[in-house]
Design a binder for this molecule. Sequence first.
Ligand code: 6PG
Length: 246
Amino acid sequence: MTPEIHVTVDPEAAARAAGEEVLGLVAGAVAARGRASVALAGGTTPGLLYRFLAARGRTGAPWDRVDFFFGDERCVEPTSPDSNYGLARRTLLDPLGVAAERVHRMETERRLPVAAAELYERRLLAHFGPAGPRFDVALLGMGADGHTASLFPGSDALDELGRWVVAVRAPEGYEPAERITVTLPVLNRARAVLFLASGASKAAAVAAVLGGGREGGRIPAAHVQPPGGRVAWFLDRAAAGSIGET
Ligand code: 6PG
């Protein structure tokens, strides 16, 4: 499956293009199955996307039929500026008035990371059943080192095939270090994966993943290849580098 690549002039345009795609995917999922599940990305880049979606208002999509999950979370209070949930709540979930019971956050505060991972796995089991999570939309960012969610290069978590959620410790330079993350089997069951990456710092990792070279094998983001699912990249020119324009 060849990933779709959308290159735009700047991060705002990339966020708008990704946002239009999210609206369409959510509407399609609800039309087909009566409900949708969206896994939200962390970091800072998705903030532009979340604000775009919120600006389209509560009628932008059938949001009342959508359950929101998270691909990863740092082991911090939900009120911490480092919280992926906190970013989504401020820029998307509160502005859209999403009901609390539709928001399935990773409760990483005040418990050991392993316990938090087990708790979230139980939450996924309760929602999706024993077949496991199948997100209609999985939103992902990518670090300069090619990590996605909190799956970092060389991490044992990349080899996890049984568990849906694991505790990890990010490498030096990525703080907060303690996190939990969904595993590749979960991401590779998604119906659609949308990567959003902006800025020159991501260009090398983008080239490694999308450039067709052998070095892509070392890049965690390159291992997100859902069989029968869609993978689309939304890049600004700085992150796209030598990758073709759409
Ligand atoms: C996290 C994210 C992570 C993020 C990348 C890019 O919790 O940090 O899940 O995978 O998407 O690190 O982060 P930026 O958008 O801040 O560059």
